[in-house]
Structures are given as C-alpha cells and as structure tokens.
Ligand binder design. Structure first.
Ligand code: WT7
Length: 627
C-alpha cells in the first residue's frame, strides 16, 4: 500500500522555511557527515564547568565516550542558567489533566522547587551515583524529582505509573534504589489508580529501599508510617529546605538515568544514559526537528515514564528554555476533544503524539477537532510506530489544516534522541521517516551489513556513534555488546525497513520478538513468563496480531495444567494476573488453549509458526520444527 505514497511529495510551507533554524535540509545533512565537527558545534550551546578534551573517544568500541573529561550539569543547563536571563519569569511547565486542573511553574519557581527537593534528597542520604526510583503519574513533582536527582548526581529510574507491582519490584531490585518517590494515586478516564499500594507491595521485598516519599496528588488517603522515619509526604519533606543548591559537577560520561525497556528475553533491559552526550543530542534534535523558538508552546502527549517523555517533555524543552505541557489522562476523556481543547486554550504551536492516538481519535470524526481553533499549530510530530499514510494525511489535513509539516521521528529508548526524521524544511512523503538526521549515519542493510537495493527490505542500522546513545545495558554488558556485534561495527536497531528510489526511509516494524502495542514495546517473553507464573498455566506462547487502532494486540496460546479448561472465568483470572505482574498495557486480546506448542528440536517455542498460522501466511522454513 505504501508504494502509492512514494511519489507523493509534500513541500514545506513558505512561512516555516522563512523562520527555520535549518533552512537547507540537504545541506545540513551534508554538513553532518563530519560527525565530530557537527556535534562539537552543538555542544557549544551549553554551560560546561570544564571544557572537554576530546569530542569522541572510540578507542574502546563499542563503549564510546563523548565530550571526554567535560564537566557539566544537565539541571544547571535546563533550569539554573535561565533564571539569569529574560526567561526567569517565563512559564516552564504547564500541568493540566483530564479534569482540566491546571498548575503552572515559571523557570524561577521550578528552580526553587528543584533545589528544595535536591537538598531534601541529600538530607535523606542520597549521594552522587545512588539510584532513586520515581513511580509517579504525570505531575510537576515528577519533573522536579528528575531534575533534583540530576542536580546532585543521583541516577533516576522512572517506572511508568501504568506498570504494576511485578515490574516495579523487578526494577527497584535490580537498581538497588535507595529512595522511591511515588504518589497516592493517579487517575485515568475518571478512575483512581492507586500507586502507593503498589509501592508498599513491591518494597516489602526490596531491602535496598530506605525511604519512600509520597506526593499527595489525587487526595486519596494513604497509610504513611512517618514514625519509622522511612516514609514522608513530599510537601512535608521539602518544607523548610533551602531554595538554593549548587549543581554537582558531573563528568560528561557520568550516568544520568536508567530506563527499562523490553527486549526479546523475559528480562527488561536497563538502558543507561549519561549526562553530556544526552544533553547535547536531545536538545539539539528537538531544536532542529520542531524548530523551537522562544515564543513556542510545546505539547507532547507521551508519558514521562517512557523515553519520549524523558527526552522531549522534560530535558529537551527545558534545555531550550521552552514552555512544555504535562498532560495527565487519556486522549478521549472526558471527550475525544480534550487535546484539541488544550491546543486552543494555550495556543500550542508544536504538537507531538503517537500514531495509535491519532488512529483512535480519528474514529470519533472530524467534528471534534473542527470545534476548536487549531490555527496556532505550526509543526506536528509523531513517534512510536509506523504511521499509515491515511492517518498521516488525516493528521496533516484535519489537525494541521495543510499548513503544518509532520515530523515522523524514528528513534528508540536506546538511541535517546531522534535519529531518522525530517526537518521542517524537508519535502515529505506520507508514511516515510524521510532521512537520517544531520550528524547521524543510518542505513538499511542485509545481515552481512551490506546496503540493500532500493525497495528491498533490510535491517535498520546506525553506522557511527551519536552523542545520546545509550552507554550500556545496566548490569548486562553482554546485551549491550549484542547491539554492536550482531552486524559487527554497526548498531543494530532490530527494526526492519527499506529505502525508496529517493533514498527516503520507510520503517516496517520490529525484527525481534518485541510487540509494539499502541507505541509501547512489550517483549513476548515477558508476557509469557507472567502467564507461566499463573498456577494453571503450564506453557505459553504469545504473538502480536495486527490491530487497526493499537497497531498490534497480544494473542496468547496456552497449555494448561491438570486437564483445566480455558473458560471465561479462567481467562479473566489469567488476564488479571498478567495485569498485576506487568501492568494494564499488557492487555491480552485473545487466548487460545492448545495441547502443545510448536517447538524447535532444542525446545525453543517457534512463535513464527503460530503467527503464520494465525494470520494465514505461509509457514516458511519448518525444518527445525520438532514434529
Ligand atoms: C521502537 C522503539 C522512541 C520513542 C518511542 C518508542 C518503533 C519508534 C517510530 C517511527 C516507526 C517507530 C520502532 C523502534 N518506532 N518510532 N517513527 N516509525 N516505528 O520507544 O519504546 O524504545 O520503541 O519503536 O520499532 O524500534 P521504544
């Protein structure tokens, strides 16, 4: 289907070109061929307490280092430095929600809040290099806590508030987090989701945790045992703290955060990002891709619990001194116009969302966006999964009124920053991510690493290091090496894609056992291990099944124990169990009881066979099948 759109070119609007930081897209890509020179220039936009000695150290591949021996602090660059400028009283954060509650913080207010929290963390004994776990809904305290950690050199690990006890416990345990910051509850579609209860259950089995801090966010009563000195309400904790806190002088290569994501085994990967390169990569890509200016009002609908939120709700926008909206809630509650209303209310100029949300909202019809004034919008963005050209065109016409270029940004938790994406001045093709960004050397290759011909499918690889690249997988160097050693010397993204005759990239999906559900990565093995931990399940295999709204849904094939039958009752119980282990995003769409699973002779489940049978495709090579 996409073939038809390879010849559709949408030229950038004149007013966008006139104002753009990068006027000539192709020329900028050309300039970016010298990656060291290119990123060195970008690094000059920041305050370094000590300048780096070397831009890129590639002497110990694949453990690359950027801005070697440079000293800086990302919070200093995102907050402190603005308070001595005209941005001092500019709104940094607008928090709003499905209840249309509002809270605004100026850069100065953010500065004092971050400092108080940083001092409070220090008082709790948190030191440089310690891990703090943040299990919070979309709220200002999440941003403040992240920045407070970064200010004193603590490593934050944000756990998406939609993940449940099992996932939370696993992450606290692996990182040995000293402090957990959470909230009483969050809400979604009017429903209260208790978070503190999950923390209590998880922490009971995690001896590393010394302190729990609770934000009173939803006014839901929580049990707090303040007497033990182990639990505090956030407000009480920061009360009386000094509103000044000097930034820790961080090495460019010091860890900034760990963020977990799914891979093709049952164990999530702790992706580790560091201070200097991440700061440079994230803010300069945001500036280029969304063409950020001082008068922008930026709204990204992702959750801060994922990389999009880390890079492009928190760090990127604040590093550029922009106003960033934090929205808590669903896209369709109280009605499917909530985002359009927010755009009208604040005069949003740059809007960044996911294809799944657009497909969902489009179903409700054009009348919802048409009711609101969306004329302030200048640039639109999308991320998380391939966008089908029909949805792209709807976004372009109905939301952008054919005036706003769409930035389809391809990247990953591991890449930290946008990698393959147009700039606003690029000619666009609906459904294509266009070309690698300036300073990025990406390609589509076969398994030997040779470029494939135009139109042929291959693997998405990055051929040269980039500043915001992950530095390792936490406590699992071997898994980090696999990214760079499967096709030696190249970073393998485990996505399949192709290039067309104009060298435009088209991303087709994952090439590993990871399912993309509504733009969220879920490893088949993670779901399977949750299924198997249910007492009635003997064996399980899951596959992704294409879905018109969610991209994919999970279908589970189950072998049950002791002659159990998979009736409606048991199905519900198993679904609940998986939700408890992983979280509501791991929705099992379908379940089927089977006598046995197709396996290789070495005992590995062949999900490929299940997928092919389910989708009515050819079985392919079955020579390794057991019987
Ligand atoms: C995977 C990474 C990066 C933030 C959100 C997801 C898929 C991401 C696109 C896009 C097609 C995309 C890939 C990638 N993906 N952006 N524009 N077009 N596919 O981060 O959870 O680390 O997932 O999302 O499959 O590998 P993530």
């Amino acid at each position: 289907m996409k073939e038809n759109f390879e010849d559709m070119i949408i030229e950038p609007p004149e007013e966008i070109v006139k104002r753009a930081h990068v006027k000539d897209w192709e020329k900028e890509i050309e300039k970016g061929k010298d990656i060291e020179e290119y990123w060195k220039k970008k690094a000059k936009d920041f305050k370094w307490f000590k300048k780096w000695d070397m831009v890129l150290d590639d002497s110990n591949k694949p453990f690359y280092k950027w801005f070697v021996n440079g000293k800086t602090n990302i919070t200093y660059n995102a907050v402190d430095r603005w308070i001595k400028t005209g941005k001092r009283n500019k709104v940094a954060i607008i928090y709003t929600s499905e209840k249309e509650k509002e809270r605004k913080l100026t850069y100065y207010e953010l500065y004092t809040e971050v400092n108080k929290m940083a001092n409070a963390l220090k008082r709790l004994g948190v030191k440089k290099g310690d891990v703090v776990c943040l299990y919070l809904p979309m709220c200002p305290e999440l941003v403040i806590s992240m920045l407070a950690c970064a200010k004193i050199g603590a490593i934050h690990t944000v756990v998406f508030s939609g993940l449940s006890v099992g996932a939370l416990e696993e992450r606290i345990r692996e990182t040995n987090a000293k402090v957990v910051i959470t909230a009483d509850a969050t809400f979604r579609r009017g429903r209260i989701i208790k978070l503190k209860d999950n923390v209590d259950e998880a922490v009971a089995k995690c001896p590393s945790v010394e302190t729990i801090v609770v934000v009173n966010h939803a006014n839901v009563p929580v049990k707090i045992s303040e007497l033990t000195g182990r639990e505090f309400f956030y407000d009480k904790l920061i009360e009386g703290e000094d509103s000044e806190c000097p930034p820790e002088k961080m090495d460019a290569e010091d860890p900034l955060f760990i963020l977990y994501t799914s891979g093709s085994t049952g164990k999530p990967k702790g992706v580790l990002h560091t201070v200097g390169g991440y700061m440079v990569g994230v803010s300069s890509t945001l500036k280029m891709v969304f063409d950020i200016h001082d008068d922008d009002l930026y709204f990204c609908t992702a959750d801060i619990g994922w990389i999009t939120g880390h890079s492009y709700i928190v760090y990127g926008p604040l590093l550029l001194g922009t106003t960033t909206i934090i929205y808590e809630g669903a896209p369709d509650y109280p009605d499917p116009a909530i985002w359009w209303r927010i755009i009208e209310k604040y005069g949003v100029t740059k809007f960044y969302t996911a294809p799944t949300a657009l497909r969902h909202l489009r179903r409700f019809g054009d009348r919802h966006p048409k009711k609101y004034n969306l004329s302030t919008l200048k640039i639109l963005g999308t991320v998380g999964e391939p966008i089908d050209p029909e949805t792209w065109l709807w976004y372009y016409k109905v939301i952008g009124n054919e005036r706003c270029p769409i930035m389809d940004t391809w990247w990953q938790t591991e890449t930290g920053m946008h990698m393959i994406s147009p700039l606003p001045t690029a000619p666009l093709k609906p459904g294509s991510v266009t070309k690698p960004l300036p300073g990025i050397d990406a390609d589509i290759v076969n398994k030997n690493g040779d470029p494939v011909k135009p139109g042929e499918k291959g693997y998405v690889v990055i051929k040269k290091p980039w500043p915001a690249m992950m530095r390792t997988i936490y406590k699992d160097e071997k898994r980090y090496r696999e990214y760079w050693e499967t096709i030696p010397g190249y970073y393998l993204a485990t996505d399949v894609g192709k290039k067309d005759k104009d060298s435009y990239f088209w991303i087709l999906g994952r090439s590993d056992d990871v399912i993309n559900i509504s733009g969220h990565r879920i490893g088949t093995a993670e779901v399977e291990s949750a299924l198997i931990s249910h007492p009635d399940v003997a064996e399980a295999a899951v596959i992704g099944k294409p879905d018109p709204i969610k991209g994919n849904v999970i279908k589970a094939f189950l072998v049950l124990k002791n002659g159990k039958k998979l009736d409606v009752n048991l199905m519900e119980k198993i679904k609940e169990h998986v939700k408890h282990e992983i979280g509501p995003i791991a929705v099992i769409g379908e379940m089927e009881q089977v006598d046995k699973l197709p396996k290789t002779r070495s005992g590995k489940v062949m999900r490929r066979i299940l997928r092919a049978k389910e989708l009515g495709e050819e079985l392919g090579d079955t020579s390794t099948l057991e019987d």
